[in-house]
Ligand binder design. Sequence first.
Ligand code: ADP
Length: 454
Amino acid sequence: MFKKILIANRGEIALRIVRACKEMGIASVVVHSTADANGMAVRMADESVCIGPPPSRQSYLNIPAILSAATVTGADAVHPGIGFLSENEQFARMVEEHGFTFIGPTPEHIAKMGDKAVAKDTVKALGLPVVPGSDGILKSPEEGLELAKKIGFPVLLKAVAGGGGKGMKVAHGEDDFKSAYSMASTEAKNAFNNGDLYMEKYLTAPRHIEIQLIGDTHGNAIHLGERDCSIQRRHQKVLEECPSPGLTPEQRKFAGELAAGVVKKMGYRGVGTIEMLFEDGKFYFMEMNTRLQVEHPITEMITGVDLVREQIRVAAGLPLSYKQEDIKFNGWAFEARINAEHPETFVPSPGKITRYHAPGGLGVRVDSAIYDGYSVPPTYDSLVAKLIVHAQTREEAMKRMERALGETVIEGIQTNIPLQQLILAQPDFRKGEFNIHWLEKFLAVSQQTAKKAS
Ligand code: ADP
């Protein structure tokens, strides 16, 4: 087992990994930018190294600085966390070339799944259904338009290098196709330095269902059930749950086994998630994330498996601690993403937290790196806390989430807690009747009603 792990990340996820290291008796090193010198992960880790100024390019994406920090601290493995370099093939390769273990899949698997068009072809060949669309990259807007007419509008133009919903535009018909194409391509070029697009039929009422997977270097691969992440705004997840209220036990088993079969055939090492759309009883592959997910805690709550611990173990070459039949699903879990943003305008709200009180009690977990007096930097993601609840039934879990949200005090900055409370109060949500477009539609209607009233 590793003696010391360097964590190339920040915020709550860096702290999550520090915690796993402590429980495993592994020393931890957290690298940080000058903006995060007072971060909770930095305080909790055994060691920390400042690797640059606030902009990510000069710190959390600065590969030479991270590798130097690993060398000087004598780390033997590097955990990339989520985002930043976690799905960067070159980083994974360089970590290994410098004699450290990369806590994640092989660079080849990262590359294959990182190009979404290649990923689609790969999983299709391994037996997963995919959303109808283009075979790989579109060569021109003209070719795209021809294909869109064949597939039928609306279609979705997606960046092959996409992530976080960027470089994605819907075209409703011939009239707006070219403008959607150029907008998606420009956005992708700016965000990923790669403007290549592919196309999919735009599904009008699907759920976002993702399967948690883990494989080891001994040929084992298992699934840990699904998460329903349909409550989204601008393709960003807001409130997640597991299991999904929209699947039957048979559909759950079918999707889980199908996805586990794919990673087994790939010989995949590490944790990963296959994201699918689910509409009219059918699953369609969307993408595979070759890293830990933000919403991994809800799976941990209902399975009792510590995913970060398993991830570290398989990276060290140990076999999985669990066989498929050992995985039992117990109860229901929700995760509310608490963002530092205005609950109605969604404008980011960085700044100093003047008062903080975390909720507690049975079945409540808070994954967060904030504290009283902490200043949320303006430079990074607005996620400041993940509020996770677990109970025996969906109804009990919703009540518990409402109670926990009500107990939470975060002053000095604005958060989306009122939005989470509003979502939980909606009859459609209570009944589990929603799809990926539900929240945006709900917000549009609420805004209209508010305008009329004023
Ligand atoms: P990213 O990697 O940028 O997050 P994804 O491919 O995971 O992109 O898609 C993000 C979200 O966009 C999905 O969760 C879903 O809400 C929506 N989406 C993706 N593909 C489709 C599609 N073919 N039809 C309708 N919605 C889609």
